[in-house]
Ligand binder design. Structure first.
Ligand SMILES: NC(=O)c1ccc[n+]([C@@H]2O[C@H](COP(=O)([O-])OP(=O)(O)OC[C@H]3O[C@@H](n4cnc5c(N)ncnc54)[C@H](OP(=O)(O)O)[C@@H]3O)[C@@H](O)[C@H]2O)c1
Length: 323
């Protein structure tokens, strides 16, 4: 089978297609014929060998040589302990090395594909959709009537966050650049701030929650536009220069918490069957629809990563795997 492989850290040029052995599922796993995968910023950071991640990913050479996590596809075979799926089931979820024709995944990281989505749309859901859902529902504790600001509203996570915050009953303000104002409004934002013209931290508004997918504004400026008991959820932080990358910003987020009245949170999304089912319900109730910016063929995955790395995707960047 074909898989996208890299043997050294570097730019997307290090990625190339290789013929590798088709994997065999373990007892608790299923074998999936991948029909689509989606790109996340983490795929870019892992492949470029961000120094801060190297203790985990391999100091000199990458341990994990095939990128990808998000996927949608059809189950081809099941391990002997698998009870929830059958061969032929269409599923979505996350597994290591999803930029390939086949992948094995634990059944606990999968759910049946929403009936109203294509494989490409379903592959866009897991990491970005669950980051938005868990960040808003669990960390931000959004309640009906809350004023929620989403910084980076046009991106992979942001486009889900706008829709999920609306489904939770919030009054939503999205921050994006001029070319994405119409998109952000079309997915439900009540107000849109064009960051090329206005600085959201200078607004007279007071937000109950800032859901920050960009991390480009000083934290003290963010506190100024938040209610006294508001919550700041740090979803993404700018990679930053040097070998320590985003560490200074992350430390500031974590250390500032005891010194301000607001609740300051950083979290990592978790993918499991229960959470995927919650997302599937929102999608099947037509409350959430993935926004797909571009779709690339598996053989062009390096281009897809290069595009995402530019930092201006509008919705998700998806990889289609021929059936
Ligand atoms: N914590 C977690 O578990 C978790 C999970 C997934 C992702 N993340 C992180 O969350 C962040 C966002 O991920 P993503 O998948 O949404 O990335 P993405 O799709 O690459 O985000 C791109 C978007 O960011 C917007 N943007 C860039 N500069 C901006 C600015 N100054 N103000 C407002 N928007 C700006 C761009 O809009 P314009 O084109 O209009 O500039 C673009 O639409 C990343 O740092 C990622 O690593 C964290």
């Amino acid at each position: 089978m074909k898989a996208l492989i890299y043997h050294a850290y570097g730019s997307p040029d290090v990625l190339h297609s290789e013929d590798v052995e088709k994997p065999t599922p373990g007892d608790d796993e299923v074998l999936i014929r991948v029909r689509a995968a989606a790109v996340n910023p983490l795929d870019c950071h892992l492949m470029s060998g961000a120094y801060i991640l190297r203790p985990l990913t391999g100091l000199r050479k990458p341990k994990l040589t095939c990128p990808g996590a998000d996927l949608a596809g059809e189950i081809e075979a099941i391990g002997r302990n698998v009870t929830r799926f059958q061969p032929g089931d269409a599923v979505f979820g996350a597994a290591r090395r999803s930029f390939a024709e086949y992948v094995c995944a634990p059944e606990t990281r999968l759910a049946l594909k929403p009936a109203n989505l294509t494989f490409e749309q379903a592959a866009a859901l897991p990491v970005a959709g669950l980051t938005a859902l868990q960040g808003l529902r669990d960390r931000g504790r959004v309640q009906p009537g809350h004023k929620v600001l989403i910084n980076g509203a046009a991106g992979g996570v942001g486009t889900f966050a706008v829709q999920i915050a609306k489904s939770l009953g919030a009054e939503v303000t999205g921050v994006c650049s001029t070319r994405s104002v119409d998109l952000v409004r079309s997915i439900g934002a009540d107000h849109v701030i064009d960051y090329t013209r206005d600085d959201f931290t200078r607004s007279a508004e007071r937000y109950d929650l800032i859901f920050d997918c960009v991390g480009n504004r000083p934290l003290s400026d963010c506190w100024r536009v938040m209610t006294r008991k508001g919550t700041y959820v740090a979803v993404g932080v700018r990679p930053g220069g040097g070998w320590i990358g985003p560490l200074p910003r992350l430390l500031m987020v974590l250390l500032s918490s005891p010194f301000v009245s607001q609740n300051v949170v950083f979290f990592m999304a978790r993918v499991n069957d229960k959470e995927l089912l919650a997302l599937k319900e929102l999608v099947e109730a037509n409350k959430v629809k993935p926004v797909i910016d571009r779709t690339y063929a598996l053989s062009d995955a390096a281009e897809a990563i290069r595009y995402l790395k530019e930092g201006h995707a509008r919705g998700k960047v998806v990889i289609s795997v021929p059936s």
